[in-house]
Design a protein around this ligand. Structure first.
Ligand SMILES: Nc1ncnc2c1ncn2[C@@H]1O[C@H](COP(=O)(O)OP(=O)(O)OP(=O)(O)O)[C@@H](O)[C@H]1O
Length: 306
């Protein structure tokens, strides 16, 4: 009488099964790699990963070619590099891990909150614009803004027109009005925050520090910034180093909703650093990343604005 093991061996083609398992293995790893790339895309972690990949490449080449000094230096460097990465990128790592654990229904709730926040920001911007109250409201997206915002006061509040208005009322007794409100995941996270100023020489000279700060943070990160001009009462939207000016409620809402629903290529750290620390390259050198829903007449670069 044949044993069960022999029977199974006769029924299962082990060679074929091995191939299927190997293919599944490769597919799972490829999928995980793809998801990881999506998670870190546009964050500084991505640039770090590319840089690290290059260092590894040079390290292996140095080893193969027998470049002893270079190899020894890189060998010592790589020992500490993992520790350095964890320390420097703790915020990005925390956010990436948080997103890995995010359930689709939580993500749905977060989206609802973001859409509500957008609506309140639109209402507040129009309200403040009519009253010539200057404001700068930053929507954090994938890249963590912790290290870009200075002197901000932590505020954990829902986003409403009334709260935004009271944060920007230019009263001597309201110290938070001087600075930016940061919205993280559909909630007000900080107020009175100072943002990096853009050093682009191509910006309209009539623009002051509020608008430069809005462009600055949008050059450095993938944040989306709504600016209300105290002087003109006009509303602008900054994204990826671009500024759309003279928006009304409809176009602002449309642009924000478009940006929050459309995945776009985010600026790399290298692009960002180049445009913020040095004078910006010419307009034609920089990709136009205006949101698809911003009317083209307003989605122009700041330098071409009247
Ligand atoms: N780095 C910064 N981060 C955030 N807010 C800033 C920063 N620098 C200036 N501001 C805000 O901008 C205000 C000054 O605006 P300023 O008049 O210089 O700029 P502007 O672009 O001409 O704006 P507006 O059109 O509203 O006058 C400050 O009082 C402060 O509230």
């Amino acid at each position: 009488m044949p044993e069960l093991g022999d029977l199974l061996t006769g029924m299962v083609d082990w060679g074929r099964l091995r191939i299927i398992v190997d293919v599944a293995d490769v597919l799972v790893v490829a999928y995980l790699f793809y998801r990881l790339t999506l998670l870190v895309k546009g964050t500084r972690a991505m640039q770090m990963a590319i840089g690290l990949g290059l260092v590894f490449l040079v390290y292996h080449l140095a080893r193969r070619l027998g470049l002893v000094t270079l190899y020894t230096i890189l060998d010592a460097l790589l020992t500490y590099i993992v520790l350095l990465i964890v320390v420097i990128f703790q915020n990005d790592i925390r956010r990436v891990l948080a997103r890995v654990g995010q359930r689709p229904w939580f993500r749905g709730a977060r989206n609802v909150r973001e859409v509500q926040a957008i609506e309140e920001v639109v209402k507040a911007a129009v309200h403040m614009g009519q009253r010539h109250i200057g404001a700068i409201i930053v929507f954090e997206r994938d890249a963590a803004l912790d290290e870009f915002v200075e002197h901000g006061t932590p505020i954990d509040s829902g986003v409403t027109k009334e709260v935004l208005y009271s944060l920007f009322v230019p009263h001597a007794d309201n110290p938070l009005h001087d600075g930016a409100v940061i919205i993280r995941e559909g909630r007000i996270w900080q107020a009175g925050g100072h943002l990096p100023l853009s050093s682009s020489a191509k910006l309209d000279r009539s623009l002051g520090t509020r608008h430069r700060a809005a462009i600055g943070i949008s050059e450095e990160t993938d944040a989306v910034v709504v600016v209300v001009s105290e002087e003109r009462g006009s509303i602008s939207l900054c994204f990826n180093g671009n500024m759309a000016r003279g928006l009304d409620a409809g176009s602002l809402r449309q642009a924000l909703l478009g940006l929050f629903s459309t995945p776009v290529r985010k600026k790399t750290r290298t692009d960002a650093t180049a445009s913020t620390r040095r004078a910006s390259p010419s307009q034609s050198e920089r990709p136009s990343l205006a949101p698809p829903s911003v009317p083209t007449a307003t989605a122009r670069k700041e330098e071409s604005a009247p």
